[in-house]
Design a protein around this ligand. Structure first.
Ligand code: HEC
Length: 168
């Protein structure tokens, strides 16, 4: 009887306590990780698949748009900029109202949620050809529609010239 109780105390109880203590230590470590490094710790639980996925890199400009160029001198031509402004603000053609989403001042409106801030120099780095393509064909799975039907090529360049002024 006595031997048995010693055995119970030393081995069974002792081992259980040890396991319990290790469990608690492990839990503290995991909780600390989650608290301080949530994103890094979540893969342990497989939660952050989405965050970990590299962002879809921007699709390349299709060949038919790659070499498109704004006519020389248009970027600073006051007549071009005035025409671009009229298109952008929807006074030229009420079916086309870029400002309704992109904002009169280049800051996206609520309707245009997700549109880039046009005064942001990083946006301004995108080439004319890329913008020309996006304005012509739209961007898939976004609110940005293609405008090739509503705007001639000339008009698309005018509006691009005008949009460039936001970042100046
Ligand atoms: C219904 C709202 C809406 C209208 C109208 C609209 N856009 Fe957009 N546009 C967007 C959104 C949203 C995006 C961002 C798409 C994305 O997620 O990349 C965008 C993106 C763009 C981009 C790409 C910017 C970049 O750097 O990636 C250009 C250029 C652009 N729009 C020009 C225009 C022009 C010019 C017009 C008018 C002819 C216009 N948009 C009308 C919503 C709109």
């Amino acid at each position: 009887m006595r031997i048995q109780s010693t055995f119970f105390r030393e081995v069974v109880l002792g081992t259980s306590l040890q396991i319990l203590r290790r469990g608690i230590t492990l839990m503290i470590v995991v909780m600390t990780m989650v608290m301080f490094y949530p994103v890094e710790a979540f893969p342990l639980f497989g939660f952050s698949e989405d965050e970990k996925k590299p962002k879809e890199s921007a699709p390349a400009i299709p060949p038919e748009y790659k070499d498109k160029q704004m006519p020389k001198g248009w970027r600073t031509d006051p007549n071009v900029l005035a025409a671009g402004k009229a298109i952008y603000e929807g006074t030229e053609n009420s079916d086309v109202n870029c400002a309704g989403c992109h904002g009169i001042d280049g800051k996206p409106t609520r309707k245009g949620k997700g549109a880039p801030e046009l005064s942001n120099p990083q946006e301004a780095q995108k080439s004319d050809a890329q913008w020309f393509w996006e304005i012509s064909e739209g961007k898939r799975r976004t609110k940005m529609r293609g405008h090739a039907k509503h705007l001639t090529e000339e008009q698309r360049w005018q509006v691009i010239a005008y949009m460039r002024t936001f970042a100046q």
